[in-house]
Design a protein around this ligand. Structure first.
Ligand SMILES: NC(=O)c1ccc[n+]([C@@H]2O[C@H](COP(=O)([O-])OP(=O)(O)OC[C@H]3O[C@@H](n4cnc5c(N)ncnc54)[C@H](O)[C@@H]3O)[C@@H](O)[C@H]2O)c1
Length: 258
């Protein structure tokens, strides 16, 4: 088959959790630009609708549905809503993250709340979406982790800023999702569900000047990720061009950890 046809996502129904967030918007845009029908699964429905409307004005087939991945009923209602509206699911991008913990010595309740959403809730939504993809004949799941799920924090990035050290829960659950990827790839193979993970570096978001200086001098390409950087890898993993990529974690950090 021609590689352009292999990469074409026309006819594929794709759900992106946290699709109205920073990386989420770029992921949604890239998958829709490649021809996919994309559902922003967002905790705040109004936010999701606003983002979906803006993409529709650009001619992209983007929809919005509500979900709180910390609430099992809400996860089931998303699953039913996708099935009732589109009759199937081909691709799930497991992208949502909650950030209740801000620093190393925050109260343990904040760590527990993080696990409720980012571990238990994340497992709940990915399992339900995998079931729906399996019932639809198979497809692709793409977990979004972070380079912070692969390496310890580089504290020198924060020198001279008032950003403080990054919180520990993030390093814990981002690492967990990487090995969960390998587990799911093996267990769901017989249902024809491929599972991969993308671990991006930091996305440019007008961070403080000193942070940008500290960070960018360590990146061989000399910059933070921009809004286009994640699109290509998402399209590859979602599409039939990625049909033999399974159980992988792909670091996308501009070479920072090379
Ligand atoms: N921003 C970065 O620089 C960066 C770097 C590396 C990796 N990542 C990864 O990218 C992914 C997205 O992060 P982001 O930076 O875009 O964050 P973000 O905060 O902009 O977006 C996260 C989204 O998840 C949603 N969410 C939170 N709790 C939820 C819940 N209970 N149910 C449903 N949705 C919920 C939020 O509403 C938000 O829309 C994460 O997996 C993160 O680890 C981000």
């Amino acid at each position: 088959m021609n590689v352009k046809d292999l990469l074409n996502l026309k006819g594929k129904i794709i759900a992106v959790s946290g699709g109205a967030g920073f990386y989420g918007k770029s992921i949604v845009e890239g998958l829709a630009e490649a021809g996919g029908t994309v559902i922003i699964a967002s905790r705040n429905l109004k936010n999701g609708q606003d983002v979906a409307n803006a993409f529709r004005l650009k001619g992209l087939d983007v929809h919005s549905m509500q979900v709180d991945q910390g609430d099992h009923k809400s996860v089931l209602s998303l699953k039913n809503n996708i099935y009732d509206t589109f009759g199937k699911l081909d691709v799930f991008v497991n992208n949502a993250v909650a950030r209740p913990m801000k620093k190393y010595d925050d109260p343990m309740q904040n760590f527990s709340e993080s696990m409720r959403i980012n571990a238990t809730g994340m497992m709940d939504i990915v399992r339900e979406m995998c079931d729906l993809i399996g019932e639809s004949g198979g497809g692709s799941v793409i977990n979004i982790s972070s380079m912070m799920g692969m390496y310890g924090p580089d504290l020198s990035n924060y020198e001279g800023t008032d950003m403080g050290n990054p919180p520990p829960d993030y390093f814990f659950h981002r690492a967990g999702i990487i090995n969960l990827t390998r587990y799911l790839a093996r267990v769901l193979g017989k249902k024809n569900v491929r599972v991969n993970c993308v671990s991006p570096g930091g996305l440019f978001n007008n961070q403080p000047e000193r942070f940008l200086e500290n960070y960018c001098k360590k990146v061989p390409v000399g910059r933070m990720a921009n809004n286009d950087d994640i699109k290509g890898i998402m399209v590859l993993l979602a599409s039939d061009a990625g049909a033999y990529i399974n159980g992988e974690n792909i670091l996308m950090d501009g070479g920072m950890n090379a």
